[in-house]
Design a binder for this molecule. Sequence first.
Ligand code: UDP
Length: 315
Amino acid sequence: WIQFDVINNVVFGGAGFLGSHLIDNLMMRGENVLCIDNLSSGNLKNISHLKNNNRFLFYNHDILDPLESNVLIEKIWHLACPASPHIYQNDPLKTIRVNYEGTLNVLNLAKDHNSKILFTSSSEIYGETKNNPQYEKMPITLSTFSPRACYSEGKRIAETLINSFSKSSNLDVKIARVFNTYGPRLDFNDGRVIGNFIKQCSINEKLTIYGDGSQTRSFCYVSDLVEGLINLMNSNYCYPINLGNDQEISILELANLIKSKFNSRLNFKFCDLPSDDPECRKPSLEKSRNVLNWDPKISLSEGLNKTIRSYLEII
Ligand code: UDP
């Protein structure tokens, strides 16, 4: 990256679903981007359209290895961690290390350059709760031994690490608690619900409902989420803040909605609910609306249309 006089953005996890959309937005603003990814859950296809752009560079690197740069870095976006329960539970130790050791490496890099840094935490840190919507300051009860703990506890320790590190090093840090996000480039093989339902409808397979489908989620279209991340990076806010969409829907309703987009009469296949599967997820957006002057714009129906269209184009 010696070709850059200054690096406007380093995006860890930039070849992933969310990271690649963030990069597109930053590039559209005329900034340059160094994308860092070890391609464990990211995919080169997500960034291949940027290959010949001289404001873009890709570096295949594992966040667990420290990184140095001779060129000044202005902003660091730390999105590096698999987000699908199916994938992050495959290698729980790696998930924990990425969030602790990886984040420490990113913080040290930020310290070297006095860069601003944004970390994507997760709604998972709210654990199983009757509090709906989930707001940033609510009390949190989490099991340290559950299958999801590697991720939820990983994100929690990363938040704590970032807070302590930033105080001792005087760093400008931002923490986004990201709720379920979807859109084009979603990995349709990573087991997450929207990808599964769209794929199942397109190949005429029964839609798999885990449990009775009464559990709820709130899905945010990716361009809205990216706008939220950028507003957060540009803000002076330094506490954890929710980003997502607060249109809540049960999984059964979601299945019916996606079926209707395909005019499908497919039946459901009811499967066991994975242990530890949260009953509800809905962000309180009070803080983000006030502090970031931001609001998600794309409805679930509209976002699903765009996602389905892009999926059908690819296959
Ligand atoms: N789910 C489902 N069928 C699927 C995949 C997921 O019913 O084929 C459910 C899952 O049990 C959870 C919700 O959909 O309650 C969202 O799952 P996902 O893995 O997308 O993300 P999570 O919010 O659980 O991290």
